[in-house]
Design a protein around this ligand. Structure first.
Ligand SMILES: O=C(CO)[C@H](O)[C@H](O)COP(=O)(O)O
Length: 235
């Protein structure tokens, strides 16, 4: 059995704190990843206790978990908006003086296209994270989902922009990761990103790019799980 380490405890606190924001009648965006999974499980327990909600999963993984814990699932085209989205992040800009304060890198689970769609649609988007995700600037590789035919062309454009693209390999399958949308992922290293908004705009404009993992100006708050509680950043 997996034991709960310090980081897992922090993730659980963040996820469960965010789940407390879910109100009766809400349509909730269900993000992807281990931190959001704590929120989904907590919402499932609340549903058992009588809370009436519908969830919009952002991935196969979050849909499976929602069904397992008894959250009725719906979709963006069937629901009339999203009241609250709860989602994790791979890195969060945590310097209030930085231009990109509250900007995120997402897509560690290759789910960032649907995550951005659902998170950006929500009236309120809450990020759940443990302290290891906080950084003064974004410096992790940016996941870029590309249609399969375009991966070499987009990789060349990324190099032109000064980035170093790497096709994401599957760990338990020969060949690359294939997203829930049937596409490939280029993890693109740019070093420390001074202007996330500018890079996001350029990446969005590249033919063949479906979506990238820079989330700029989308989050309303980040809940940071700590050993003894939760710190809330609002933007
Ligand atoms: O963006 C994501 C998936 O595409 C995840 O939210 C992100 O990778 C964080 O995951 P975790 O909570 O497991 O650290």
């Amino acid at each position: 059995m997996k034991t709960e380490g310090g980081s897992d405890a922090a993730k659980r606190r963040a996820g469960e704190r965010a789940a407390e924001e879910v109100e009766d009648g809400f349509v909730v965006g269900l993000g992807t990843g281990s931190t959001t999974a704590y929120a989904i499980r907590a919402i499932g327990r609340a549903v058992d206790d009588g809370l009436e909600v519908r969830g919009i999963p952002t991935s196969f993984q979050s849909r499976q978990l929602a069904l397992e814990v008894g959250i009725p699932v719906t979709s963006l085209d069937a629901a009339d908006g999203v009241d609250l989205a709860i989602d994790g992040a791979d890195q969060v800009v945590d310097d209030p003086e930085a231009a990109g304060y509250g900007a995120l890198i997402k897509g560690g689970g290759a789910a960032h296209t649907r995550e951005k769609l659902v998170d950006s649609t929500a009236d309120r988007f809450v990020v759940v994270a443990d302290p290891s995700k906080l950084a003064p600037a974004l410096e992790r590789s940016v996941p870029v989902e590309v249609v399969p035919d375009a991966h070499t062309v987009v990789a060349d454009r990324i190099r032109d922009l000064g980035g170093e693209p790497s096709l994401r390999d599957a760990t338990r399958k020969d060949g690359p990761v294939v997203t829930d949308n049937g596409n490939l992922v280029l993890d693109c290293a740019f070093g420390s990103i001074d202007d996330p908004d500018a890079l996001a705009t350029v990446l969005s404009g590249l033919p063949g790019v479906l979506e990238h993992g820079l989330f700029v100006g989308l989050a309303d708050a980040t809940y940071v799980g700590r050993e003894n509680g939760v710190d809330v950043r609002t933007y």
